[in-house]
Design a protein around this ligand. Structure first.
Ligand code: NAP
Ligand code: FE
Length: 368
């Protein structure tokens, strides 16, 4: 029997080629926009041109967001928003610009240091955000999370708030066509990890799992394309929908230990976020198979795979060559276990894994 649960996803989602310029989307929310993006992708994808062509109001472009954005960057963006008097935010890019835009939307109306967002939260609700993803991975366009790099803590940490859900998510699969095969695969595996971790979270409910199952089915259909590294427009659409379903899932359930253990790989070794998850994924599922084997059966069926070995082979095919290059040692593993053990998303994992389990997953994945 299912206990009490809630479902909240206040983002208006538009999907389809040309949706940014379609008047029906009607996403203009103020008199002056701050456009937040990375250095290249908004231009390469064509999204920035479409946004500017659709904006009947004034705008300022802040295109300084780096991968795994820093507190300094969001602080700078917030300052520009305040100085320019922007009253809404348009975020274009992968998860990094989308997440940075959320923090900037907060700092635009709360003149505080970014670190205090973690310690004290914030008073005034963030400026409204329209989010336009150019990767198919994070689902940040439909979540209340913003993940930032916190150097003081030598890791990545998220802030969350209902006001961080974008008001609009504009999903145009054509914007993902300029992605390299490597980034397409890294980000697709991030989407998969949201779908699976959400499905396996102790906070999963009938609604979130319905979204996760549909996302896994769609993702499974994309496996041949991911293997051959050739992506037609159908696959681009499917990956973008699977990614949004993954975001809607984790918005309810949170992520679990894969995300917690993946952050040090990104922080200390610059491993792209989705790839970090992918490297740890099969060992995590082998652990879950001991505590909830029927769930693993459902996941494999939804993906169209027959065994966890097949899943491991798929991840190895994508990421195997990168693991050897990493050259992780025992000391790092011990330190990461300590850090991850206190992360709140570990507590979302079924089976209530302790430090020994976390260490086992890291060793299994990294010391092969
Ligand atoms: P990303 O860091 O946003 O972007 C990776 C790279 O892809 C960048 O070099 C970017 O270029 C490029 N790129 C993006 N779109 C492109 C396009 N259409 N064509 C060509 N290149 C493109 O990668 P991401 O995986 O999407 O986001 C990762 C971040 O999201 C991490 O910080 C992660 O922690 C976070 N995340 C957030 C959530 C959430 O719920 N909020 C969930 C999972 C992960 P530019 O530098 O030009 O942008
Ligand atoms: Fe993620």
């Amino acid at each position: 029997m299912q206990g009490m649960f809630s479902f909240f996803m206040p983002t208006k989602v538009f999907f389809g080629t040309g949706c940014v310029k379609d008047r029906r989307a009607n996403w203009i929310m103020g008199k002056k926009a701050l456009i937040v993006t990375g250095r290249h992708s908004a231009k390469a994808s064509g999204a920035l041109d479409d946004v500017i062509a659709s904006l009947p109001v004034e705008y300022v472009v802040f295109d300084e967001v780096e991968n795994n954005p820093s507190l300094e960057t969001v602080s700078q963006g917030g300052k520009i928003a305040r100085e320019e008097g922007c009253d809404f935010v348009v975020a274009i890019g992968g998860g990094s610009p989308l997440d940075a835009a959320k923090a900037i939307a907060v700092l635009a109306v709360n003149d505080v240091l970014p670190l205090s967002l973690y310690e004290r939260g914030w008073e005034k609700p963030a400026l409204p955000i329209a989010a336009i993803p150019t990767t198919a991975g994070t689902g940040s366009e439909v979540t209340q999370y913003a993940v930032l790099t916190v150097d003081r803590d030598q890791t990545k940490r998220s802030i969350s708030g209902d006001d961080l859900f974008p008001k609009f998510a504009l999903l145009d699969p054509a914007y993902t066509e300029s992605l390299s095969p490597a980034v397409t695969i890294d980000t697709a595996v991030d989407a998969l990890s949201h779908l699976i971790e959400g499905f396996l979270s102790v906070r999963a409910n009938q609604v979130s799992s319905g979204l996760a199952v549909q996302g896994m089915r769609i993702w499974g259909r994309c496996i041949p394309a991911l293997r051959s590294r050739v992506f037609d427009s159908t696959v681009r659409s499917e990956l973008l929908i699977a990614s949004a379903l993954g975001g809607m899932t984790i918005a309810q359930t949170g992520t679990t230990l894969v995300h917690a253990l993946g952050y040090p790989l990104t922080y200390f070794h610059d491993v792209p976020h989705g790839r970090a998850n992918g490297i740890l994924f099969a060992a995590y599922l082998r652990y879950i198979n001991q505590v909830a084997p029927q769930k693993i059966g459902e996941i494999l069926k939804n993906l169209g795979l027959t065994s966890l070995n097949e899943f491991q082979q798929l991840m190895d095919e994508f990421f195997g060559e990168h693991i050897a290059e990493l050259d992780i040692d025992e000391i790092s593993i011990a330190a990461w276990v300590q850090k991850a053990a206190s992360a709140k998303n570990v507590a979302n994992s079924i089976g209530n894994p302790g430090p020994r389990i976390l260490e086992g997953i890291l060793r299994d994945s990294l010391l092969r």
